[in-house]
Design a protein around this ligand. Structure first.
Ligand code: GLN
Length: 306
């Protein structure tokens, strides 16, 4: 099985490497503009622990919105189903940083993966933890067995200096009463959370708990329940790529999550997690070559959750 996937990954990587590297780097976070746009890496971790990667798969990058899945997992673990009173579970059909639907839905974000939803999740974590920044990182380090993981202060500071739109989102939601803490504190943690850095290898390993019914693959320790894991995967499928979620499900056919750093993680329940990194983004803010590569992987493997 594993060697079969290795061939598939190599075939997809070699094809994508030759493809024109379309799209644009996310420059609205100044520090992200310094990334080499030619980077391309992919790594797969199977739930039996076997793993392999190609290209720039051992280089750290900013996982950005991919971290929203992990903050959701922690908040969901802490507050359970009450979480859905604060954030909905519907695709938005809008861009990741859109303010549009917040007015209509009175400050309840459509889902936890849009910036607005992830900001509410940060607020919930601050309310329930003594030090959300430290405890969130501890949670990720533990579930991944990667104690070396860290935030990037450089990226976080860059976004803290320029993130006016996210500050607007946070203040706007506060005006509806769906942010309980001080907006400055909430948005600060949100930017720290987004600045988490990982390699493709680390990212694919980190997400195996969602391919393994909420349990760590190393020692079977329960991180979240099977039901919660299933629901987070459903949300990734329907909302993981913002207004391109339908397209990702259509072309790749797996739950996944993208970030403006150019990373995408996708997983096949009871099988594997794959992380890919290529910094240039398409018009929806998702990695152009990342999507192409993952489409090839599921096409070549002829396996799909459908
Ligand atoms: N930190 C980024 C932002 O808030 C995350 C967006 C993303 O990765 N889609 O704008």
């Amino acid at each position: 099985m594993a060697s079969h996937y290795k061939d598939i990954l190599e075939k997809a990587y070699n094809k994508i490497h030759l493809l024109e590297n379309e799209g644009e780097i996310a420059t609205y976070i100044p520090e992200l503009a310094n990334i080499d746009p030619s980077k391309l890496g992919v790594h797969m971790t199977n739930i039996d622990g076997s793993n392999f990667g190609i290209g720039d798969h051992l280089e750290k990058f900013s996982i950005q919105s991919i971290a929203k899945v992990l903050s959701l997992a922690l908040a969901y673990k802490i507050v359970g189903e009450d979480l859905w009173e604060r954030v909905d579970v519907e695709p938005s059909g809008t861009k990741f940083d859109s303010l549009l639907l917040l007015e209509s839905y009175k400050g309840i974000p459509r889902n936890p993966f849009m910036n607005s939803g992830a900001i509410v999740i940060c607020d919930i974590l601050i309310s329930h933890l003594d030090n959300a920044k430290v405890e969130f990182l501890d949670f990720v380090r533990d579930l991944s067995d990667l104690p070396e993981l860290t935030y990037s202060d450089k990226i976080a500071d860059s976004e803290k200096r320029t993130g006016y739109r996210n500050m607007a989102l946070c203040n706007f939601i506060k005006s509806f009463g769906n942010i309980k803490n001080e907006p400055a504190e909430v948005i600060d943690f949100y930017f720290d959370m987004c600045s988490l850095e990982m390699t493709c290898q680390q990212l694919s390993k980190t997400f195996t708990f969602l391919a393994n019914n909420g349990h760590k693959i190393s020692d079977d320790k329960k991180i979240i329940s099977k039901t919660k894991s299933k629901r987070i995967n459903a949300l990734m499928l329907t909302c993981g790529f913002y207004d391109e979620s339908g397209e990702f499900a259509f072309r790749v056919g797996l739950p996944g999550k993208s970030g403006v750093g150019g990373g995408i993680v996708t997983l096949y329940p009871n099988n594997y997690a794959i992380a890919v990194w290529s910094p240039k983004l398409n018009e929806h803010g998702n990695s152009f070559r990342g999507m192409e590569l993952l489409e090839d992987v599921t096409t070549y493997s002829e396996l799909s959750i459908f």
